[in-house]
Design a protein around this ligand. Sequence first.
Ligand code: IVH
Length: 693
Amino acid sequence: MNEQQAGQRIAELIRELNEHNHRYYVLNRPTISDEAFDHLLHELEQLEKLYPGLADSNSPTRRVGGDITDKFEKVPHERPMLSLSNTYNEEEIREWEERLNKLTGHPLEYVMELKYDGVAVSLLYEKGQFVRGLTRGDGTVGEDISANLRTIRTIPLQLRGHFPERFEIRGEVFLPRTVFDDLNRERAAAGEEPYANPRNTAAGSLKQQDSAEVARRKLDCYLYFVLGDRLPFDTHFESLTHAADWGFKAPTSANRLVEKTTTIEGIMNYIRFWDQERFNLPFDIDGVVVKVNQMRLWDELGMTAKSPRWAIAYKFKAATVSTRLNGIQYQVGRTGAITPVAQLEPIFLAGTTVKRASLHNADQITKLDIRIGDHVWVEKGGEIIPKVIGVDHTQPRGSQEHHRYISHCPECGAALIRLEGEALHYCPNERNCRPQQVGKIEHFISRRAMNIEGLGSETVAGLYDKGLVQNVADLYQLTYEILIGIEFEAEDEEGGPPRKRSMQDKSVRNLLQGIEASKAIPFERVLFALGIRHVGETVARKIARAMGNVDAIAAASAEQLMTIEEVGEKIALSVRSWFSDPDNRDLVDRLRESGLRLSSDTEVSEVLSTALVGKSIVVSGVFTRFSRDEIKAYIEQHGGKVSGSISSKTSLVVAGDDMGPAKRQKAESVGVPIITEEQLVKLVESQPREQTT
Ligand code: IVH
């Protein structure tokens, strides 16, 4: 096959794959098997590898991601992205409709559609090709997130049929509920905090720098608003039909995702239908949008302060229900914070059976005068955890007495304390209260902290109970001999008696490798991992950057700390109190001896070994154990040099998933060995260790 033939075949494959992609993801009517699809995709990948010059940024092979964006470029919107005026009140919808009738002097046509609870995006198409996609930003300037949007299968990269030469289309990116639930199940298994709701998770996903990570998130996108000059339709309803014809996932009349009416009854009927039915949708909506159908009236009706007069959003109230409060359970978190949790008579609310709900804190319980045996109002908003919002006084009261908040820790019995100005009670017995210790270790190893893989909640609890890991410094003392064959109790998923599980060769190696790799984690994340109360990711980063190293932080006064951005008195005092504890200082010393990065300096102190001295190393693709910055830091810490391009001087290429075809070809042609990230870690560990600090 010559280059020209290859070009033709590539074009043909792209057309076919786009067609199947549309049938599968947008229409839900695939006409070939997954296997046949993969086969075509593989053929295209091979051709693009052979002829890198022919690769197209809108090729279906790009959907898996791999592009890394360091900083999202700010781009002005050609037309501002407006917001909608909204109301929770049916009466205001009636008034809106009457006002429009008066303004225009005749009855109007309305289109009702769902108000998708996701992240607004604006996509630009030219000659049927996806050009770029922006976030809303402040409505005037957005951020270019094109690489991430390309991974969303329902966003067409190439359009079908007869489309305008150039136009924008706006819509909402969202995370389907099942995908969200799966993601949280995975996080729970890894001992990580669950994500709060699908909307925030979708927003966070779209801002990921690594598009391969975005591809894994399985985002989806509804498009509902076409903008451009000389568009081939006069009504909003038609615009949606056209958008669907061009290959977009646009709402259609099927399943009442969109509907037309000329009457206020028609509008109300639609609103009431979806207020009930919304829980049966596979994604979250937070209301209904009503729009004037005739587009020529849009300019005529004009704008209020920042929203158009031709549209209005009706927002649903959060779902509430009343049920009996059977008891209050107190949970102890890793910082010792006590959170009261309502034990409810199980009740069906917004699509799920609710048995537990948040009660916030002692003040809230007192303020609402919540008593055991009361019927309480439970509300489910955007968050996954429902909350108790008050007592249902239409029902007889429960207990005669006010509820008495606990005074002692339910886990270790220590007397609880409550700091001035804080809402929560704390168990001060940090060192000997099991959930606090186990929670601290779980936090330390979590993905955003030290990212130590191969350690689930049960293993951490098991290691703690066996006395093998009492604090995070003990992790670095673990050896193969200690771990191999030890037994843990694992909870049975079906609720049966716990099963015995023992550590086998592979999981032991995996764990030790994860622990070793964590030594390359930058100082700001180590500081976050220590789990100092009130020191979250951002604050840790600010403190680490301002102070430079752990000794400076330990020596700083509260006043000095408070000169750092985002550090107020509460945080400063918490940092002071943490470092004034001799046990904590001892912990820091032990972590230092184990080789963790306790300083942001890029030179002297961070060299951990000389295993890679004299080696010029190129990294390419996406890694699972390291982020790109981490793998570069790891190489440098072990004496290697990271270089951007492959040449005959390159000693090694470390390839992750989706290493670019051009790079692979280049490495092969100059005969540079290509290794995986695991092989890199092994290579480092197989060298005799030489401490240079
Ligand atoms: S129309 C000028 N339609 O709600 C009107 N917006 O508060 C442009 N939204 O920024 C928006 N579903 O992110 C429209 N069916 C829908 C919508 C919708 C959700 C969001 C959108 C917008 C916000 C306005």
